[in-house]
Design a binder for this molecule. Sequence first.
Ligand code: 13P
Length: 253
Amino acid sequence: MKKLIAGNWKMNGSLASNEALLKAVQAGLGAAVCEVAVCVPAVYLAQVQGLLAAHALLGSGSQVSLGAQDVSAQEQGAFTGEMSAAMLREFGVRYALVGHSERRQYCGETDAGVAAKAKAALAQGITPIVCVGESLTEREAGLTADVVKRQLAAVVHECGHCITEIVVAYEPVWAIGTGKTATPEQAQEVHALLRAQLHAATTHERRVKILYGGSMNAANAAQLLAQPDIDGGLIGGASLKAQDFLTIIAAAH
Ligand code: 13P
């Protein structure tokens, strides 16, 4: 299975800086052996779609897939500020993050709500990247397994036989943006747990990519990506620096 390296730009960027970043990434990408995606702020989806399409016309090097950072669970209607999966699809969106810990924390997203978003994305052929992860307090209380299993269980329950179509991202909250990465062993332990949970739902659990996210960078990516159950990375800060992002991509083989 090809690994997936996805950048999560979060609420960063501008028309000018997006273009510069993307061009630098594309220029350095060559024939990447892994899949690459960027999850951009919604207002920039059209811009990035255009830049990716222009590059694809050149026909050289690997292509970067487009991702959104959220998607509505609703199909359409009176939901001010929301964006449906069908709308994202019109902009060539291939992936949508759902349940990122920042949205769980700041926007009150629940396990059931996140599962509904994953289902809505799948219904439009968009691959949801389901984010799970424990806080520092939960880890210290020995609740890591309980928390991530509960978060994933909601999605398994909602998505049923489509579960092999999702991507999971394990992002320990205490490692996000803190420079404190989980050790490869800590990450692998949780990834193996998640894999076992998927196995209970499908015999094709190996088809589901489980990404690690949380201060993954150019220096630590290779070791993390060498773990048997780490199938890629979800990169925040380091995805905003072309060279760092490229180094991580090169480590994913
Ligand atoms: P950092 O790589 O900045 O820690 O962010 C990780 C993340 O939240 C990706 O979704």
